[in-house]
Every structure is written in structure tokens, then in C-alpha cells.
Design a protein around this ligand. Structure first.
Ligand SMILES: Cc1ncc(C[n+]2csc(CCOP(=O)(O)OP(=O)(O)O)c2C)c(N)n1
Ligand SMILES: [Mg+2]
Length: 581
């Protein structure tokens, strides 16, 4: 053969050989795409930089953050909004650890997410020989999530990803950790065998149908009630069984109380909503049906002063059997997925289902109307500097006029008061600090909410709360997301008025730089910054931001003396019998 022909033949053979091989990089990407996971939130670096590049090249949307915790929070809330696991991608050791807070928070809040982390070489890590970013990540992740897996062979990537998906979304959703050591990415295998090894997860979150006897028991208890109450939790919002839940509530005629992230499942302005009569309905109800709400600290564990002296019977709908009797006796446990349970209850309620006693319904309504009337004038003040009520009154109007906007909310006073004041009208539009009351979810949640839904986002942030994720305003500008951040700037944590009693130049631990201008941060990255000193100015600025869709940050100047210690949960601060010195 002539020399040129030999060379040509050799080149063709190489090309053919390459065409027949695939590698870890591509198998992971293919496995994600096969399962409809088309967005990755992460921070690149060794050993996942090329993976992030290749994922983007393959059509996956790769949203690159400034810190892994916020990428993790974004993935978690993407999971809550879509019922598909959100993907968070981190580098080894420190990046992995930065993502863990979000992974643990997702698990606590039952948000499905998968943290995929690159890790260093097993051989070196396991002998503790000091690898670059050495850490036994799988062992560390395990207690913080629902399930944790490691893949060592390219041929196992398909199964590894499938297991992670199923673990994240089936039963009670939660965080899953998937450990991918650096060497896995470059491993090659036969392309056809690789394609065959991928798994499209069939029915990842199978319906769990409640037992008919349990349904009947629940209906019997409900029917016997003199003062019934329905509590809707975040799980009810997650379930996306909105029509069935609304039908059940309306057919029963029972007052309902939405937990924070269940607000809007039925509008807060619904005639049966008892949000403004919370303390009355908790105290005076005799039968309480919990739908996707847990009797944790947020509901005072179902006992004690806030639940009053009247004997209570609890009906609880939850997908997790272990949730039953977690704090108090559940007389009618209904274990199953919320959609199936609510539909089964509805089917069991015939046309003659009795309305709840009128004296109860009227008592709740009177209390609620009183409280709403008392609050109304405070929400209309136009004070400068603003107090929480004036500022939130303005934002309340914005959301009323734009019910499809997503509200992200964190802080102490900024959170507790916004939760009470801003009415929600549609399901899954309020995203906040959840079960732990964690600060730092703000920008991650806002970014994912904008990416996943395409709707405008209003993030209402305490100045302290914002600081935890503030650098991600660059991310918001970089992807040009329709996010309007409003910072309730009261110069500090809870209040900006604490004084250091020693007289040293250090300010008190709760106090920040006075009169800071957070709006300038947004301008640094090309977004719009506004300093608002009155509720009218604030409303105008938010409306402008939402009309334009431009990344905007509004520094809302709040009276530093307006807040109270720890917002509404000051009672949780430990006290000592010893007097303060
Ligand atoms: C990760 C984390 N760290 C610390 C806290 C404690 N914490 C609770 S609320 C809060 C900030 C409250 O101040 P701000 O956000 O300014 O709200 P304000 O009450 O001033 O409106 C802090 C630091 C927390 N909840 N989570
Ligand atoms: Mg503050």
C-alpha cells in the first residue's frame, strides 16, 4: 500500500474506534438528559470543570454560582417547584462541604435534590495519603441526606443516577448525594454497551394509595367534629394536587390554615381561610386534619398553650408512616401520597356531607375579620423611615396585582411580618426559610424560581438574611433574571439599635454598618439599584422592576427601632434565672 493510503486507513480506524467508545463524562450527561434533568446548578473546578462545559455543550442548562450553598438551595427549590430532583454540582472537599448545608436543608424540608460531587481518588483518600482536596465525602454526606451513593465504574453510571433519582423523589422526597471520583469521568467503555447501561426511571414517585379502612376512619372522625380545622402544609403544596385539595376544602366547608409555603394553595383571601385567626383556630378546634403538615415546632408540636385546653383529635395525611404519632396521638392516620389521599376522601364524602356547625364557622370569621380590620390602617402608613407594616403594605398590593409572581422571603421580622401581611393567591408562589428557619436561601431560591418558572420573582430580604447569599446578585445579573430583591435595611439583625455596653469602638453583635446602600451592589454588576425611603417609592420601584424584568435591588430604608427581638419567635431564646449583670 502507498504511504498515503496507509495513513488514511489508520486515521479512519482511529475515528471508528473513537466513535465506538464513550466515557464517564458523556454517560453522566446522557443519564441526566434521559431522565429529563436538563438544568444543573453548581460551581465548577477540578474535577468537574470539563463536565460542566460538556454538559452545556450537550444542551443542559448550566447555571454557575459564586458559592455552592446557593447552587444547592437553587437545586432544592427547583425540586420543590417541579417534583423532579434539582441537580447541584460541586467540586471535591470544600465545594462539597459548601453544598452540604443546602443538601441537609433540602432533606429536612422534603425537597428532592441530588448533590453530584466530584471527589478525589479512592486509593489515596482511603489510605489518607493526602490527595488534593482529600475527604471521605460519602461517609460525611450520609447522615445529612436521604440516601448516598458512589459510582466507581462507568458501566454503573446509569444505575447510579437512576437510584439517586428514585431515592430523591419517591416516598417523602429529600436530598441525595452522588459521589463521582475524578477517575470515573475519564473512564471509557464501549459506546453501545454504555447506551444500554443507562436507565430511564419508570414512575419515579409511584402513587401510594391509602387503605380504604383508613380513609373511612378519617371521614368518620371528620364528620363527628364540632369545630374542625384543616391545616395545609408544604407537602400539600409539593403534591401539585391543587384542584383536589381545593375541592376537598370547599366541599367540607371547614376553615383552613395554610402553613407558610402552603399559602396560596387556596387564596389567602378565600372565605374559609383562617390565617388571620390562627391562635383562635388552634386553641378552639376539636378535630384537626393535617394535610402534608408535620406537628413540629412550627405547630408547637401539637400540644401546649397554643393548642388550648379543649381535647383534640388529629387526622394526619402524610406519605411517611413514621410521621404518625411523632408528637401526639394521631387518631386517624392516613398514609399515602397527598393526591391519592385527598381524592379518596373526596370520593367518600357524599352529597349529604354536613357543613361544619355555623357557630364555629361564624366565630372564626368574626375573629378573622376583626384582626384584618385592626391591621388595615397600619398597612397604609407612608412613614419615612418606613416601618415593617408600611413597607409590607406596599408589597402586599404589588403581589395582589401580580399574583403569578413568586415571593421569596427570609429574615426575622422581615419574614414573620411578610408571611402574615402579604396575601398569596396561587400555589407554590411563596418560598421561604422552611422548617429550620435557615438564613441564606434567598438568592438561590430566587434564581431557581426565575429559571424554572420564567415568572417574575420578588425576594423580600432582611439585611442580615440577604448577606448570606448577597454575592449571587452577580449571578442574577449574569443570567439577566427577572428578580427584584427588596432589602429591609434596618441596620442589623432584628433591630439596628443595640449598643455595646463596654464603650469600646466595636458595635454590638446585632448591628451592621449604618445606612448601608445595598443598591450599589446591584449597580456594580449592571443591574438596577434603587434607594427607597417611603412605601410609595418602594411600590413604584418594585412595579418598575417587574414591568421591565431587569435585575433590580431596592434598598428599603427601615426604622432601626421598628423590629422586635427574633421577630415572632423571641420566646425560643434561652433564659436564665440569674439576673443579667
Ligand atoms: C444559617 C443561619 N444563621 C443564623 C441564623 C440566626 N438568624 C435568625 S434570623 C437572622 C437575621 C435576622 O435579621 P434580618 O434578616 O436583618 O431581619 P430583621 O429582623 O432585621 O428584619 C439570623 C442571623 C439563622 N436562622 N440561620
Ligand atoms: Mg435587619
Amino acid at each position: 500500500m502507498a504511504e498515503a493510503a496507509v495513513k488514511a486507513k489508520a486515521e479512519t480506524t482511529t475515528v471508528e474506534a473513537e466513535r465506538e467508545l464513550t466515557d464517564g463524562f458523556h454517560l453522566i450527561i446522557d443519564a441526566l438528559k434521559l431522565n429529563g434533568l436538563n438544568t444543573i446548578y453548581g460551581v465548577p473546578g477540578i474535577p468537574i470543570s470539563d463536565f460542566a462545559r460538556m454538559a452545556q455543550a450537550a444542551g443542559i442548562r448550566v447555571i454557575s454560582f459564586r458559592h455552592e450553598q446557593h447552587a444547592g438551595n437553587a437545586a432544592a427549590i427547583a425540586g420543590f417547584l417541579t417534583k423532579k430532583p434539582g441537580i447541584c454540582l460541586t467540586v471535591s472537599a470544600p465545594g462539597f462541604l459548601n453544598g452540604l448545608t443546602a443538601l441537609a436543608n433540602a432533606t429536612t424540608n422534603c425537597f428532592p435534590m441530588i448533590q453530584i460531587s466530584g471527589s478525589s481518588e479512592r486509593e489515596v483518600v482511603d489510605l489518607q495519603q493526602g490527595d488534593y482536596e482529600e475527604m471521605d465525602q460519602l461517609a460525611i454526606a450520609k447522615p445529612l441526606c436521604k440516601a448516598a451513593f458512589r459510582v466507581l465504574h462507568a458501566a454503573d453510571i446509569g444505575i447510579g443516577v437512576a437510584r439517586a433519582i428514585r431515592a430523591a423523589v419517591s416516598g417523602r422526597p429529600g436530598g441525595v448525594y452522588l459521589d463521582l471520583p475524578a477517575k470515573l469521568f475519564g473512564q471509557v467503555m464501549d459506546a453501545e454497551a454504555g447506551a444500554k447501561s443507562l436507565v430511564k426511571v419508570i414512575d419515579p414517585a409511584p402513587a401510594q394509595i391509602p387503605a380504604p379502612a383508613a380513609v373511612k376512619r378519617a371521614l368518620d372522625v371528620l364528620k363527628s367534629a364540632k369545630r374542625p380545622l384543616i391545616i395545609l402544609g408544604k407537602g400539600a403544596a409539593y403534591a401539585q394536587a391543587d384542584d383536589a385539595i381545593r375541592a376537598l376544602v370547599e366541599k367540607s366547608g371547614i376553615p383552613f390554615l395554610p402553613m407558610s409555603m402552603a399559602k396560596g394553595l387556596l387564596p389567602d383571601t378565600h372565605s374559609q381561610c383562617a390565617g388571620a385567626a390562627r391562635s383562635t383556630v388552634l386553641k378552639d378546634s376539636d378535630v384537626v386534619m393535617l394535610i402534608g403538615a408535620r406537628l413540629n415546632w412550627l405547630l408547637s408540636h401539637g400540644k401546649g398553650k397554643s393548642w388550648g385546653d379543649a381535647p383534640k383529635k388529629f387526622i394526619q395525611i402524610d406519605i411517611e408512616p413514621k410521621e404518625m404519632d411523632s408528637n401526639v396521638e394521631i387518631v386517624a392516620p392516613l398514609v399515602g401520597d397527598i393526591g391519592s389521599c385527598v381524592s379518596a376522601l373526596l370520593e367518600g364524602m357524599d352529597a349529604k356531607w354536613p357543613a361544619p356547625p355555623a357557630d364555629w364557622v361564624n366565630a372564626v370569621k368574626t375573629k378573622k375579620d376583626d384582626n384584618i380590620a385592626k391591621m388595615a390602617p397600619r398597612l397604609m402608613n407612608n412613614n419615612s423611615p418606613m416601618d415593617y407594616h408600611g413597607a409590607l403594605g406596599a408589597l402586599r398590593t404589588v403581589i395582589k396585582e401580580r399574583p403569578d409572581a413568586i415571593l421569596v422571603n427570609e429574615g426575622a421580622n422581615t419574614l414573620d411580618l411578610a408571611r402574615g401581611i402579604i396575601d398569596m393567591y396561587q400555589p407554590r408562589k411563596r418560598l421561604d426559610v422552611g422548617t429550620w428557619g435557615v438564613m441564606g436561601i434567598g438568592m438561590g431560591f430566587a434564581i431557581a424560581a426565575a429559571i424554572e418558572t420564567g415568572k417574575p420573582v420578588l425576594a423580600v430580604e432582611g439585611d442580615s438574611a440577604f448577606g448570606f447569599s448577597g454575592m449571587e446578585v452577580e449571578t442574577i445579573c449574569r443570567y439577566y433574571l427577572p428578580v427584584c430583591v427588596v432589602i429591609f435595611n434596618n441596620n442589623g439583625i432584628y433591630r439596628g439599635t443595640d449598643v455595646n455596653p463596654t464603650g469600646s469602638p466595636d458595635v454590638a453583635p446585632m448591628v451592621f454598618v449604618k445606612d448601608a446602600r445595598y443598591d450599589k451592589m446591584m449597580e456594580a454588576f449592571g443591574g438596577v439599584g434603587v434607594n427607597a425611603t417611603t412605601p410609595d417609592e418602594l411600590k413604584r420601584a418594585v412595579n418598575k422592576a417587574m414591568d421591565s424584568g431587569k435585575p433590580t435591588l431596592i434598598n428599603a430604608v427601615i426604622d432601626p427601632a421598628a423590629g422586635s427581638e427574633s421577630g415572632r419567635i423571641g420566646n425560643l431564646n434561652p433564659q436564665s434565672k440569674l439576673r443579667k449583670k
